[in-house]
Design a protein around this ligand. Structure first.
Ligand SMILES: Cc1cc2nc3c(=O)[nH]c(=O)nc-3n(C[C@H](O)[C@H](O)[C@H](O)COP(=O)(O)OP(=O)(O)OC[C@H]3O[C@@H](n4cnc5c(N)ncnc54)[C@H](O)[C@@H]3O)c2cc1C
Length: 434
């Protein structure tokens, strides 16, 4: 009997018929071939940090835990090839000694490299693309059982699909990442008035290497985070252990856990508690190695929906979101997070063909109310928003085709690499079609 699979947010579960943890390429090929012959689906899984059922299966669950670490280095070009199951938190120990780093990161490092790239994981920085835009090569086992090597010289036409493939095209065995020389980030975190941030939103993003802000609903204030890239030789000025602990563990995790638990039972207190939290979050100014600045610990479980909008429409959409929260009298204890990314040309990238602003809304994981997400989704969709592939949304293939000009090109590649839909599951049936 196999164990029930659950994702991190505990929003999805499934019971696979078989669990396989391959340790070699041959074992992956065999698992795909056997599943195909017996009419079962195969679902490679990373760290299960997607909020959707993108990783769910009642077929064969392929854990990639046994395929981790460094495969190859091309120091001249600053590239590393990694086994697909490598977690982002394992990268510093691989990349630091090589003098390399990821160009950009999201706010956690628990994901695997292949899960993160397959769903279009991104950080912030209007001049920088998401993780998938840095994938310059991959080896995958297609639905036919064939091993396919892809890079700029072979199978190059597949790369814009495979680098962000939703787990629909094959089992990634390795990925090759274009890195950058190790660098420091000078981080400035400070409160700023909500309206002022919205009015200067375009300039704030254009002026910074990385800009993002959090807005606690029911307050007039935001917490902004501006990171500037500096050469590694500039000298770090890291946060003290105590300061880091107080801000990240006490304020972000322990206190948030207590507060959202309390607010669940006494929702009328949410606005005043949000104002109190926002006022005790201190300003911070420090400089550290990039991954230590990008990444924070998130231990309070939540649900998340995130949409990518045409960059310049973000202030309007945020004002509409605020109107919605006030009109409907929703009590929202988690902040709204706002980030940005450069345009890219990956077929199903949320930033395909346009500079993008990201708006993420959250709810406590045990809060079953979906109305806020549904109504917020209508606001974000109306601005030609595109949902993050690993976060909650209700869109289907017909609706997504309208916003992705290369949608059918992706489906043609899917037909070629997985003609029998070995990698299908109900989520992919919904967002891509059967
Ligand atoms: C607390 C938290 C914070 C987050 N922060 C951010 C953020 O800052 N920015 C952001 O963009 N996203 C963020 N996310 C979303 C997260 O990055 C994505 O959902 C990502 O996919 C999770 O990686 P994973 O390894 O857990 O993948 P999983 O959820 O395990 O899998 C995701 C998909 O990848 C496929 N996959 C996994 N391995 C392979 C493989 N070897 N070959 C082919 N397909 C494969 C799976 O089949 C599935 O379709 C966050 C999520 C959480 C829970």
């Amino acid at each position: 009997m196999t164990a029930t699979w659950r994702n991190w947010a505990r929003t999805e579960k499934s019971r696979p018929v078989l669990e396989v943890a391959p340790r070699t390429v041959e074992q992956v090929v065999l698992a795909v071939q056997r599943a195909r012959e017996t009419g079962h689906a195969v679902k490679p899984i990373g760290a299960s940090h997607s909020f959707t059922a993108i990783g769910a299966t009642d077929g064969v669950r392929l854990s990639m835990e046994g395929l981790r670490g460094l495969v190859d280095v091309d120091l001249e070009r600053g590239r590393v090839t990694l086994w697909a199951g490598t977690h982002l938190w394992e990268l510093p120990s691989i990349l630091d000694p090589l003098g390399l780093a990821l160009e950009n990161m999201g706010d956690i490092d628990r994901q695997t490299i292949s899960g993160a790239t397959s769903t279009g994981t991104h950080g912030t920085g209007l001049g920088l693309g998401g993780l998938s835009t840095r994938i310059v090569g991959a080896t995958l086992v297609a639905g036919t059982g064939e091993i396919i090597d892809i890079d700029e010289d072979q199978g190059a036409e597949l790369l814009p699909a495979v680098a962000l493939g939703l787990g629909a095209l094959g089992v990634l065995l390795t990925v090759t990442i274009q890195c950058v020389p190790s660098f420091l980030l000078h981080a400035v975190e400070a409160p700023a008035p909500y309206e002022e941030v919205l009015e200067n939103y375009v300039e704030l993003n254009r002026a910074a290497d990385h800009f993002e802000f959090y807005w606690f609903p029911h307050t007039e204030s935001t917490r902004t985070k501006t990171n500037t890239r500096l050469p590694i030789e500039s000298g770090a000025n890291p946060l003290g252990k105590v300061s880091r602990f107080v801000d990240e563990e006490v304020v972000n995790n322990a206190m948030l856990a207590a507060v959202v638990g309390f607010e669940r039972f006494v929702p009328s207190t949410t606005p005043s508690i949000n104002r109190a939290i926002e006022s005790i979050s201190s300003s911070r100014d420090y400089c550290d190695v990039s991954h230590r600045v990008f990444v924070t610990n998130r231990r309070v479980r939540f649900r998340e929906m995130e949409y990518a909008l045409p960059f310049e429409t973000v202030p309007t959409a945020l004002r509409e979101l605020r109107d919605l929260i006030e009109r409907k009298d929703y009590r929202i204890s988690f902040p709204v997070e706002v980030r940005a990314a450069a345009a890219d040309d990956l077929l199903l990238s949320t930033a395909h063909g346009r500079e993008s602003g990201y708006i993420a809304v959250h709810r406590y994981s045990r809060d079953p109310d979906h109305e806020y997400f549904r109504e917020a989704e209508a606001v974000l969709k109306a601005h030609d928003g595109r949902p993050h592939w690993g976060k909650m949304h209700t869109r289907d293939a017909e609706s997504l085709r309208q916003t992705y000009p290369k949608f059918d090109e992706f489906l043609a590649i899917r037909n070629r690499l997985d003609p029998d839909r070995v990698f299908a599951n109900p989520y992919l049936d919904r967002v891509l079609g059967a």
